[in-house]
Design a protein around this ligand. Structure first.
Ligand code: UDP
Ligand code: MG
Length: 314
């Protein structure tokens, strides 16, 4: 008999949680000969009645546990909190909105049981129902990321995955403050089997990801798992020094032979070069800011409330 922990980050999910709960309980019943389930809901500072809903479920069902943050810390923090709490042999992360189909769990479980893999991941092969522009930028992000980082990121990979205890322990070893899970999962390695499925639209409520949030998240990914932008900015510096030498020679010839100084070109050039400089300083600043936050050793999340059954591992 294996224990399966299901971690569910929830931010304003009062409408979705009942659907999710019903589905997962059905699956747990189907699998009751092979596995016992433990649900760990993480209330990420919801502003709606999510916490109330979670309190009720935990009273009603001893498998249902919750921890509640003191404010919204983001999905990354919620996932980390769940992973720390989980006591299962196998551990899964699932969205509350049923976009991660619980019906895949038995298959994922069997694959892990075969002993060949350490993690069964899922990826969406379509992005149906998502704004076109969002899909375009998501694809672009994965392309660039895979070019500039050694850590492999799989396009369309969801956070929905079932992992062995060993892999989760490896993830918990990574104590960084700036957490970019897609990169962390890739970094720790292990044998991953990907299951593919078509995108499913959320069952209730609304997406918490605005374009702005996704853009910032992508920047986080770049700086957390690649130092390539720093190298590019250094190379750019060299290229511009080289160009300036050539331009100096050309200007000297120009002045002596034609005695005309192309003022406009020079102005353009000054603007361009100072623009590049600012970009490069910005890139350096990004890394510095990240390092600054790391050395502060702030907690990634703060727990305000939890049901009594959850073990205190903090
Ligand atoms: N989520 C969270 N904290 C946040 C944003 C989202 O815990 O700050 C949770 C949310 O409740 C959901 C999951 O992360 O269970 C995925 O969010 P969402 O469905 O809004 O993202 P999408 O599927 O649209 O990418
Ligand atoms: Mg969703």
């Amino acid at each position: 008999m294996k224990k399966v922990s299901i971690i569910v980050p929830c931010y304003n999910e009062q409408e979705a949680i009942p659907y999710f709960y019903d589905e997962i309980v059905k699956i747990a019943d189907n699998m009751k000969n092979n596995a016992v389930f433990e649900l760990i809901f993480v209330n990420d500072g919801s502003k709606d009645e999510t916490l109330k809903v979670l309190r009720e479920y935990s009273k009603k069902d001893e498998r249902a546990n919750y921890i509640s943050f003191s404010r919204n810390f983001g999905k990354e923090a919620a996932m980390l909190a769940g992973l720390k709490e989980a006591s299962g042999d196998y551990i899964a992360i699932m969205d509350a909105d049923l976009q991660d189909p619980p019906s895949l769990l038995p298959q994922m479980f069997d694959l892990l049981e075969s002993g060949e893999y350490d993690c069964i991941g899922t990826r969406r092969v379509t992005r149906k129902g998502e704004p076109k522009i969002r899909s375009f930028f998501a694809r672009l992000f994965y392309k660039i990321m895979n070019k500039i980082s050694d850590t492999e990121l799989v396009d369309g990979a969801r956070d929905f995955r079932l992992m062995t205890r060993q892999m989760v322990d490896a993830i918990l070893e990574m104590s960084e403050y700036n957490r970019f899970s897609k990169g962390i999962f890739g970094f720790v390695g292990f044998n991953i089997k990907w299951l593919e499925y078509e995108n499913i639209e959320r069952v209730a409520g609304q997406t918490k990801w605005s374009f702005r949030k996704l853009f910032l998240y992508a920047l986080d990914g770049f700086t957390a798992f690649s130092t390539m932008p720093l190298i590019i900015s250094t190379i750019l510096g060299f290229v511009f020094c080289f160009i300036s030498v050539i331009l100096l020679v050309v200007s000297l010839i120009n002045t002596f032979i034609f005695t005309n100084i192309p003022l406009l070109y020079i102005t353009c050039l000054i603007f361009f070069v100072s623009g590049i400089q600012l970009v490069c300083i910005g890139i350096v600043g990004q890394y510095l800011a990240k390092a600054y936050l790391e050395v502060k050793h702030r907690p990634v999340y703060i727990v305000k409330e939890r049901n009594e059954k959850v073990k205190t591992s903090l």
